[in-house]
Design a protein around this ligand. Structure first.
Ligand code: ADP
Length: 344
């Protein structure tokens, strides 16, 4: 077996519970064939001893028969503590100057996660808070468009950090700034992870009360990278009332529980459509958000109706919460900050 073969073999081993393999995750710091012995060294950030144990066993189960026994496979694992989630000091340490980092997540795409992130950021800023918004959705960045700054070019400061673009009083960072409208995103695997870390770590955010992270939809590897890169104050989950969305929202809930990120609340989007006569039509069912919030014992921060203006304002680059003062987003932002104040 050559060193190249060895790396190819290791690339078939998945990080427990995720679809990403240990090579593309960047966990394998060394993998070499020396005198027909595989010399492998990994670095893993976790508090769960089961994870390195499982990876260790998986490597041996795969390579021992191929190389002729366990003595031909040397595996060293360096286990490090991940950032402590939810802890104010850890949040500050992971991004100096930032008081709270709140991830907005959804189990599936299309439920309005980015719309909620944008409007929540605007509503938080309307309380006089210093707010940043980072679009972590490499494959479908939409925040730059929603703030009308898609064509702005990024520059870096004297420390080589990226200076966020400011729009409507909010500091923005998005993959959208690096892409033209039509270019496909072809970053995958380790590169996607690196970009994400760079987004978070190499941006000159300055002093912020709240940094909102618009996560990509789903419960994949980028979410794990984010949790391993920064300490989050907590997360907000966006769902529609429909069971099919709730099934995926529950996966997001489980993912955050696995990595010790607390859920600060749930936001139900597209709760109903109200016609001119005032009748409400619950197009995607009703009560789903409240039921899920009750189940996981977190507040339902908002029920947001379907409103064609939400779309129009998003396309015009002016999130709807800028125009109106007392939307469900403002209420959610107030509740969110009250919840954080109580936590201390
Ligand atoms: P996600 O980030 O979950 O993929 P988006 O925020 O991009 O979802 O929203 C998907 C589409 O639905 C967008 O066209 C957006 O403008 C629209 N949308 C989201 N929420 C609402 C709402 N409450 N009323 C009307 N349109 C909405």
């Amino acid at each position: 077996m050559t060193t190249e073969d060895l790396r190819a073999q290791l690339a078939t081993i998945k990080y427990p519970g995720f679809s990403r393999d240990i090579i593309s995750f960047g966990l394998v710091k060394l993998a070499e064939m020396v005198d027909e012995v595989a010399d492998i060294h990994l670095q893993i950030q976790t508090k769960d001893a089961e994870i390195p144990r499982k990876i260790f066993n998986d490597i041996h189960a795969l390579l021992d028969p191929l190389l002729g026994g366990p003595e031909k496979v040397k595996v060293g694992i360096d286990i490090q503590n991940p950032p402590v989630q939810g802890d104010a000091a850890a949040v500050k340490e992971s991004l100096p100057g930032v008081k709270h980092i709140i991830a907005v997540a959804s189990g599936k795409g299309g439920v309005g996660k980015s719309t909620v992130s944008a409007n929540l950021a605007v509503a938080l800023a309307s309380q006089g808070l210093k707010v940043g918004l980072c679009d972590c959705d490499l494959y479908g960045p939409s925040i730059a468009h929603m703030f009308g700054v898609s064509n702005h070019e990024l520059r870096s400061d004297s420390d080589d950090n990226i200076v966020p673009i400011e729009a409507h009083g909010i500091k923005l960072m998005s993959m959208g700034f690096l892409l033209s409208d039509s270019s496909p995103v072809i970053v995958r695997g380790p590169l996607a992870n690196r970009y994400t870390q760079q987004f978070l770590k190499q941006v000159a955010w300055g002093e912020l009360d709240v940094l909102v992270l618009d996560l990509p939809p789903g419960t994949g590897d980028i979410q794990l990278t984010i949790v391993q890169s920064v300490a989050l104050t907590g997360s907000v989950i966006v769902t529609t009332p429909q069971e099919i969305a709730l099934i995926d929202a529950r996966k997001a809930v489980t993912m955050f529980a696995k990595v010790n990120v607390s859920i600060l609340g749930l936001i139900e989007n597209m709760s109903w459509f109200e016609c001119d006569l005032g009748t409400r039509y619950p197009l995607f069912g009703s009560g789903g958000g409240q039921k899920e919030a009750d189940r996981i014992k977190v507040p339902l921060l908002a029920q947001i109706p379907i409103n064609p203006e939400t779309c129009q304002q998003a396309d015009a680059g002016t999130p709807i919460a800028l125009r109106e003062e007392n939307t469900a987003y403002h209420d959610a932002a107030r509740q969110l900050m009250e919840g954080l104040a109580k936590k201390g």
